[in-house]
Design a protein around this ligand. Structure first.
Ligand SMILES: C[C@](O)(CO)[C@H](O)COP(=O)(O)OP(=O)(O)OC[C@H]1O[C@@H](n2ccc(N)nc2=O)[C@H](O)[C@@H]1O
Ligand SMILES: Nc1ncnc2c1ncn2[C@@H]1O[C@H](COP(=O)(O)OP(=O)(O)OP(=O)(O)O)[C@@H](O)[C@H]1O
Length: 288
C-alpha cells in the first residue's frame, strides 16, 4: 500500500527572539502560517525492515540526516514497528530557504505513518514527538496559523490571515539556521509586536497584518547576504503591500491582494531571481 501526504511550507508573519537559553536554543515567539507550496510525500510498505528515502532533488539527503527519515525512525523505535517503509519526497519547497521544508516533510511523515502503521496517535501526540526532531516540526504537524513559543514547539492556534497572495523569492544561496542564531545580537534588534499581530488576525484586518509583520533574524541574514536586501527592495519597489524575510532566510515574501499587482511584481522579480512563486495562504490547520 502507498499513501500520499502533502507537506506545505510555512512563512513567519512574526519572529521574535526573547533570550538565549542555557541549552543553546533561543526562546522565541513566532506567528507562522502555512502556504500553498507543498512537497508530496509518498509512503510505501516494503518487505525489508528498513527506512528508505527516495528523492530526485540533489540537495535532499537520502540517509539518516533527512528529517523524514528521523521521523520514521522515532516512530519505529517508540512503537516497536517491525515493518519497513520507503519514503518518496517530491520536492517543491526550496531547500534551506527558511520555509521549513525539511520540518514539514518530517511532520507529514509522522501523520502518514500514523495511518499506515495504525498507531492511533492524536495530532497533539505527533506534535510532541515532532519536537524531538526539530523546532519547527510541531507547528508543521498541525499546519494552519499559530503562535509558537518555547524553542518553537509550544503551539497556540490563531485565526487564518485575511485572503491574499504570497509572492516568494529565493536567492540562490542556502542559509544555516544555526549560523544566523549564532550571529544574533539581541541588544541591537527591533522586536516585532506579537500581540498587535494576534489582534490583527483576530480582527481580520489585512492592513494591520501588513503593518505588524517583523522578524528579528532578518537584519542578521541581510548583513551576511546583501542579495537578500536587494530582493526586499525590489519587491517593495514593485508594489508589495508588505515584505519580510521568512524564518532564518534567505527567502523573502511579499503580501499583495490584487491580481494585477501580483502579476507586475512576479514578472519584475523573475527578471533577476530564478526561484519566484506566487501562492495562496492555506491558513487552516489539518484535520486528524
Ligand atoms: C528559524 C526557524 O525556522 C523559524 O521558524 C526556526 O526557529 C528554526 O527551526 P529548525 O530549523 O527546525 O531548527 P532546529 O533544527 O531545531 O535547530 C537548528 C539550530 O538553530 C538554532 N536554534 C533553533 C531554534 C531555536 N528556537 N533557537 C535556536 O538557537 C540552534 O542553534 C539549533 O541547533
Ligand atoms: N526532507 C528534507 N528536505 C530538505 N532538506 C532536508 C530534509 N531533511 C534534511 N534536510 C537538510 O536540512 C537542511 C535545511 O533544509 P530545510 O529545507 O528544512 O531548511 P529551512 O527551510 O531553512 O528550515 P527552517 O525554516 O525549519 O529553518 C538542508 O540543507 C538539508 O541538508
Amino acid at each position: 500500500m502507498t499513501i500520499f501526504i502533502k507537506a506545505p511550507a510555512k512563512i513567519n508573519l512574526t519572529l521574535d527572539v526573547l533570550n538565549k537559553r542555557n541549552d543553546g536554543y533561543h526562546e522565541v515567539e513566532m506567528i507562522m502560517t502555512t502556504i500553498d507550496l507543498s512537497d508530496r510525500i509518498g509512503l510505501s510498505e516494503i518487505n525489508e525492515n528498513e527506512i528508505r528515502i527516495i528523492s530526485q532533488n540533489r540537495f535532499v539527503p537520502d540517509d539518516q540526516r533527512n528529517l523524514a527519515y528521523q521521523a520514521a525512525k522515532v516512530l519505529k523505535e517508540k512503537f516497536n514497528v517491525k515493518q519497513g517503509v520507503s519514503i518518496t519526497i517530491d520536492k517543491a519547497i526550496p531547500v534551506a530557504a527558511g520555509l521549513a521544508g525539511g520540518s514539514s516533510d518530517a511532520a507529514a511523515t509522522l501523520r502518514g505513518l500514523n495511518k499506515l502503521w495504525n498507531l492511533g496517535l492524536s495530532l497533539d501526540q505527533l506534535a510532541e514527538i515532532g519536537a524531538e526532531i526539530g523546532s519547527d516540526v510541531s507547528f508543521c504537524v498541525y499546519g494552519g496559523t499559530a503562535m509558537a513559543k518555547g524553542r518553537g514547539e509550544k503551539i497556540t492556534y490563531l485565526p487564518a490571515p485575511p485572503n491574499c497572495w504570497v509572492i516568494l523569492a529565493k536567492p540562490s544561496i542556502g542559509v544555516s539556521t544555526a549560523d544566523v542564531y549564532r550571529n544574533l545580537d539581541l541588544s541591537k534588534v527591533y522586536h516585532p509586536d506579537s500581540n498587535a499581530m494576534i489582534a490583527a488576525l483576530q480582527n481580520g484586518s489585512y492592513s494591520s497584518v501588513c503593518s505588524c509583520i517583523g522578524n528579528v533574524l532578518e537584519s542578521v541574514t541581510l548583513s551576511m547576504h546583501p542579495e537578500v536586501q536587494h530582493i526586499k527592495e525590489q519587491m517593495e519597489r514593485f508594489g508589495a503591500d508588505a515584505v519580510l524575510m521568512s524564518g532564518s532566510g534567505p527567502t523573502v515574501f511579499g503580501l499583495v491582494q490584487y491580481d494585477s499587482r501580483l502579476q507586475r511584481i512576479y514578472n519584475g522579480l523573475r527578471g533577476f531571481c530564478d526561484q519566484v512563486y506566487a501562492v495562496r495562504m492555506l491558513g487552516e490547520r489539518v484535520s486528524d
